[in-house]
Design a protein around this ligand. Sequence first.
Ligand code: PSU
Ligand code: MN
Length: 305
Amino acid sequence: MKPNLHIHPEVAAALRDGDPVVALESTIISHGMPYPQNVATAREVEHIVRENGAVPATIAIIKGTCTVGLSSEELEYFGQAKVVHKVSLRDMPYVISQGLYGATTVAATMRIAAMAGISTFVTGGIGGVHRGAEKNMDISADLTEMQHTNVAVISAGVKSILDIGLTLEYLETLGVPVVTVGQEAFPSFYSQDSGYKSPLQLNTPSAIASMLKVKWDMGLNGSVLIANPVPADQEIPAAAMEEHIVLALDAASRAGVRGKDITPYLLSYIAKHTNGESLDANIALIKNNTAIGARIAVALSAIME
Ligand code: PSU
Ligand code: MN
């Protein structure tokens, strides 16, 4: 085993037996949603993974150890603690060598999942190319990580706090396939449509698993972004979200928020100013992603040897 890597015994046993495992991130718990909904959602998501025949592995850094599979107390800690570092790839060596607690982003979670041998990862939304990136150069390391690491990412598309068009262009440059489940339009997290056509469409977990196997068997390393639209009865139409997003971006800029703090700031601003409506949609779409993600993990484990 690698130093600084601890795999929960249940997860380790599943990986040894080739059984399906689904990785889950922790930034969404510590920096993406308010307490106590964050912890409740994290627990429900783990339950949904199990109901669909896979083993959940929530990933975080605990006292400098990359931990794959959290206990119930650890989940609670990441939901409540005020001083958990938000850890993307560049933050890993610092937080690990200093023995600190870190909530892992999509990028860091993918990398640790790959170290453990997990190839399916479910989240809500990924980081991407920010609006104004041609000036501010703000492009999430989630994207560059997807270029290299063989872990499929299931999300509800890309949040329109980002520039969705530029994010899709950048994923194309990096060679990352983008597949939407069951519809032609690329979804935008809270909304089923983003105004952009999805580069690819597949309709079943088994078709997606086949594509992952072909990609990795051929040595085409890196991720596939699997976009799963929010359920129709839970969506917030893109036009309604846009008003809140514009206000949130303006507030962030006036408050001088920069760098890694921007995404958490925007998420919490939007949650506050939509009276929890955005939080409800957020929770619904994560659960929905989890069910399909677990079924992809099951299909993948059946065809991988
Ligand atoms: N988008 C969301 N919810 C989130 C995040 C993004 O809708 O919780 C989190 C994820 O952990 C993602 C990270 O990996 O923010 C991206 O941060 P940054 O833009 O600083 O790379
Ligand atoms: Mn950034």
